[in-house]
Design a protein around this ligand. Structure first.
Ligand code: AHG
Ligand code: MN
Ligand code: MN
Length: 339
């Protein structure tokens, strides 16, 4: 195991790069990794202990909550509340943001937003799922209670974001705006260890990921792009390969490593698509841009969109730069929306 760098060692080492860093963000990343390990533990034994299935309630988006959704939400909230580095949290599973009232939390500099368990529909069938998080510096004064404006910030103002994927191995991938690094959980020592330093997404890829069941309800630009992906062409090695797990984190992670595009467009019955700007799109957009890729709602850069409310949805086109640019061009051409 010599030469193995743990996540905490890596974070400490990087902290030295920022002369005025106080260590708060480092500690917060540590708290998140602890929650990741706790969730991972539950996910791994999910079939055994009555934690599969729904709890009989729905979340703010009207989706039925799985037991693991609720468990993961609580695990993260506890980890960051007791860690004392954030003054409030907003989660896909809770209607309102949660201010943290303790003396220590009121003085904290950061807020966190997260999707505690992404890919809920895959929980009961043993397919990869994940956790996604996004961190901002608070806008309200230190010492005050947080308010809604602390959570309605544009993605460009994120100070860190990342995800944990519970897959064939468990990984934590994060960025603080200085590249992207990936850590694999070494279960024998219970530590995330650096396994994917300086992750970069290929400029072009051969994988496209979309739920083709919704294609008829998509705009013509997206339909034309998918058609293009399927056409045969020797030079660009088309037809491309379709891969769709149905867990955004897992689809995104594969495309980040291999090169590809993930798309969740607006559809007739849901013009803003399905995915949530603050819990899913912004954090992954920060990662993909730091890795050299792009994230767009078809017209605008995801990270420049000003959120108007919590739980806002936007279409998402994310992945290899050239692939995202091609679908954007077709959307402009066929859907005649002004850029
Ligand atoms: P969540 O489980 O957090 O609600 O997210 C589910 C999302 C995302 O992970 C996935 O890519 C997408 O929903 C799949 O949607 P479809 O079933 O409509 O393809
Ligand atoms: Mn999700
Ligand atoms: Mn979720």
């Amino acid at each position: 195991m010599s030469g193995m760098v743990t996540l905490s060692e890596f974070i400490m080492e990087r902290q030295a790069d920022f002369p005025y860093a106080t260590g708060d963000l480092s500690r917060l990343l540590g708290d998140i990794s602890l929650a990741g390990k706790i969730i991972n533990h539950q996910v791994n034994k999910a079939g055994l202990h009555d934690i599969l299935g729904t709890v009989g309630t729905t979340n703010i988006q009207g989706e039925s909550q799985m037991k693991l959704d609720v468990y993961a939400d609580q695990a993260l909230l506890n980890a960051v509340r007791w860690g004392g580095q954030v003054c409030g949290a907003a989660s896909e599973e809770n209607e309102k943001y949660l201010p943290f009232d303790s003396e220590m939390c009121r003085k904290a500099k950061y807020v966190i937003l997260f999707d505690p368990l992404d890919g809920s529909s895959n929980i009961d069938v043993n397919v990869s799922i994940g956790t996604i998080f996004s961190i901002f510096r608070r806008k309200s004064a230190v010492g005050d209670l947080v308010n809604i404006n602390d959570f309605l910030q544009r993605g460009v103002d994120q100070v860190a974001s990342g995800y944990v994927i519970y897959g064939s191995s468990t990984m934590l991938v994060y960025t603080t705006g200085h590249g992207v690094n990936g850590f694999t959980l070494e279960s024998s020592i219970g530590e995330f260890c650096l396994s994917h330093p300086n992750m970069c997404i290929p400029e072009d890829g051969k994988i496209y990921s979309i739920n083709e069941g919704i294609l008829n309800g998509c705009g013509k630009g997206v339909q034309e792009y998918v058609k293009w992906c399927k056409e045969s062409d020797k030079e660009s090695s088309r037809p491309y390969t379709a891969r769709y797990i149905g867990s955004l984190v897992a689809d995104f992670h594969r495309n980040l490593i291999r090169g590809g595009i993930y798309m969740y467009p607006g559809i007739t019955k849901s013009p803003s698509g399905k995915l949530r700007l603050q819990y899913e799109n912004n954090p992954l957009a920060f990662i993909v841009e730091q890795a050299g890729g792009k994230a767009s709602d078809g017209i605008r850069r995801i990270m420049e969109i000003q959120p108007k409310e919590l739980h806002e949805r936007t279409p998402l086109f994310i992945g290899s730069k050239n692939m995202v640019e091609r679908v954007e061009a077709l959307i402009r051409q066929y859907e005649q929306v002004e850029a």
